[in-house]
Design a protein around this ligand. Sequence first.
Ligand code: TRP
Ligand code: ZN
Length: 884
Amino acid sequence: MAVSRQEKRRLDYKPPLFTITDVDLSFSLDLTKTRVVQKSKVKRLTPDLSQPLVLDGDGLKLLGVRINGQECSFTETAKSLTIPVSEKEFWLEVVTEISPADNTELMGLYVSDGKFCTQNEPEGFRRITYFLDRSDVLSRYTVHISAPAGQYPFMLSNGNPVSDSTQDGVRTVTWKDPFPKPSYLFALVAGDFDELSREFVTRSGKKVQVRLYVDRGMAPFGDAAIDSVLRAMKWDEDRFGLEYDLSRFNVVSVDFFNAGAMENKSLNIFNSRYVLVDPASATDTDYENVLSVIGHEYFHNWTGDRVTLRDWFQLSLKEGLTVFRDQEFSSDLGCRAIERLKAIRVIRGPQFAEDSGPMAHPVRPDYVMEMNNFYSATVYDKGAEVIRMIHTILGEEGFQKGMRLYISRYDGKAVTCEDFVSAMEEATGTDLRQFRNWYSQSGTPVVTVSMNYDERTRKCELTVKQKTPPTPRQPEKKPFVIPIKMSLYDRQGNRIPLIKDGVPAAPVQIADEESQSWLFENVPERPVPALLEGFSAPVKLEYPYTEEDLRILLMHAEDPVSRYDAVQSLIINYFYRNAENFERNLPFSEPKALIEAYRYILNSDMDRRFAAFVMTLPSINSVIENFRVVNLDAVFAVYRHLRDCLVIGLRDEISRLYGRSLQVYEERVRTPGSYAVTPEQMGERALAEFLLDFQARSLTLSGDAAGAAALVLHHYRISDNMTDTLAAMKTAVRYGLSSEAEILGDFEEKWSGNPLVFDNLFRAVAMAPRPDTLNRVRDLMRHKCFDIGNPNRVRALIGAFASGNPECFHAIDGSGYEFLTETVRQLNRTNGHVAARILTPMLALRRFDRKRCDMIKGCFEKLLGEPDLSDAVYELIDKSLRHL
Ligand code: TRP
Ligand code: ZN
């Protein structure tokens, strides 16, 4: 334990003393005794011949070390191998033995359901062999995989297959990757699979063989994924001018995986959750996720693989940019407004929570103990927003010019976020000096806008102030460059042209000082400002909107995000007002403006999916982000009250519209096979889900619980797709309807053979805000589908409870905290990274009341007493306690 627990600092970066130009790896596969022979050509990078070679390792059994073919001396510690050498260039040979079957951490080489696979990002390669396991050492890989003939029909690695031969019953397959790459992009897969294949012809006429490997018998579930690969290849050519660079592209689906997927060069490895879909078992969202994750990993080929990272502090260089690219991909192929709302929800939920908590870090972190903890909403999603702001400032053309310079200048190199920003500056002649604060400063800026309108001069002055609260190690902040896309509307909802200094002003105004003002001229009446259109910056925006202002924006704003935000503001204002009423023991107010807003939406011809998005209440977790100190009990009570007021106030509309929805639905299911993931159908289903929930609640509130149960059961019974099935199941479980048992029983009978689908039941039960939920979660941990060693199961049951059910998780008796603590303690022994991940909802303890805060502290102390606490869990707890 004393060995690590050391933070690394970004500014301590030193270039490597050695590099490995070529590496030849031979694997003799065996479940518990895999032999790895590494032969590397090592080159010294400094003139100082006295420096020994120091290699990274982790949990390896060392069988031999040679330099230039000769046995040599060395010193081995738990995490390193030091070899005194004085040559400038030499051959290194390292033989290690590892046990993939015992690798429960799922980092390095491990076994997933009988198949060998690897996950080496960020520092997994050192669990395979002693190596310069850092992203700025780029090597050419040749890989030989050997196993008893017939054992593993498919043996894959990066690059191109070069030979396949069998001798004395041992088959050896050799792969060669012509592109130098860091060790984190190395991959190996061996096992039996169904193989899907397609051919893609690049725009310059090169043929690419695309292969997808899935569990035997699952081939029909792989069609959407492999089609998505081809769509991604085409889109990257069309929008970014980037062509695929090898004649082979492989994707493998595995069941045991710590994250979503991994971009290993030409051998992407995926969590099966983002590959396997079919109409009967996948939701509309599952289909969308497959497209975006396949796109994401494919796009890494240029932004991550060809141009890679100098060090892990630069993670957002590839992740922020690649998330931006996958968001654009999904928007160009699907619905831009909906994609934007999905991204906004991530920022206002988990990302704002991270920014306001003890783990707050800049998009480019400065201090890291366990790198795995920094695969965060800040690095990924806020990082994508930072790229999006650059795009907003430069425009598509300027941005693409910058991209071309970035790629051509840094191809084959390991670079930094700074290099990306400079390429953007140089290509377009833009000064982004102050913009760089987005990379260095953590925390969410609060932008406060006020208006001064002068009827006589027809001048409208907006005063724009920004302030960013202190975050760990950053008490003071400099102003950010905040692009604020905006419009002014008159009371009839017409846009008023923006005129500044007598000339038309750009729709994107830049706020870059602590306080500044913008003077708009020729404004005929006191306008309603639409601010932060398209969510043009990841900030909290405050403006004293009246309910009438918000009504105008909801009805007339051209930007869909402004319409969405109008309703969000009404909701948040309702929470502010009534959390206060709760604390003062005053009765709750009537949400009149909201009921009117919902009535307007329900009666409008708005896009149905968009309407469902707008009317679905924000998660409790994102509501919490609007309070500095949170009274959880107040938030829970207001939430329930608001929902029931909406249900009662809109009873007639809901009942009529659910009736209409049901009719459309019944009509469609009469034609078998008519289910399709089209925008129209997705819209119908999304709206039906919202209406079903409200209608069931409405019937329950008016004393007709039996009617609600029957309604939901009918919705479930006629369903021919997972989206409608789950809508019914979730409603039955959420409200504890009497048809719940029948629905759960049927679902179990149909799907308990498919754990990925069964996860939906885990999530539905875990997220129901009911007093008996924790006991049900505990029971489900004994279900035959549950496996604490599989991260998907852990996230679906335990993760969903802890982060998707705040009412139960924060139960005042501490039962939620105790349960999570027990589970984290157990998981820590087998998979510290997953343990750390599910601990996240406890980190915000400082913002809770005394009682809850103390209970969480007690849990943390218990965990700190645990022997062999992983760095991942330790870092989170340590930072939380320091933050108090
Ligand atoms: N680079 C992966 C991505 O596409 C992230 C990732 C995959 C990962 N597997 C991991 C991160 C395991 C940490 C641990 O975003
Ligand atoms: Zn990524």
